[in-house]
Design a protein around this ligand. Structure first.
Ligand code: ZN
Length: 87
């Protein structure tokens, strides 16, 4: 049996470093980039305002609970479908 307990969490957005207006979103068609085995996977994002691109190890928006980011399940599913590029 699953019991649901309400918790206090926050939605963590990444504000675009370029225009300071848009928020970063996962590019669903973009492959996950992994530079080497010791580095975390990087996910390509785009700005909803200026369309610039950036890479992050976290998929934004994320849910922050007790100072740890949790990826939203639907975004993680999408990201795991993408291939991993080794540079
Ligand atoms: Zn921007």
């Amino acid at each position: 049996m699953i019991r649901k307990i309400k918790v206090k969490a926050e939605k963590m957005e990444f504000i675009c470093d370029e225009c300071k207006a848009g928020v970063m979103r996962l590019i669903k068609a973009a492959p996950v980039v992994k530079a080497n085995k010791t580095q975390p996977k990087l996910y390509r994002h785009y700005c909803t305002n200026c369309k610039c691109e950036a890479q992050f190890s976290v998929i934004y928006p994320a849910i922050l609970y007790r100072e740890s980011p949790f990826l939203m399940a639907d975004l993680l599913k999408q990201a795991s479908k993408e291939s991993i590029l080794k540079l």
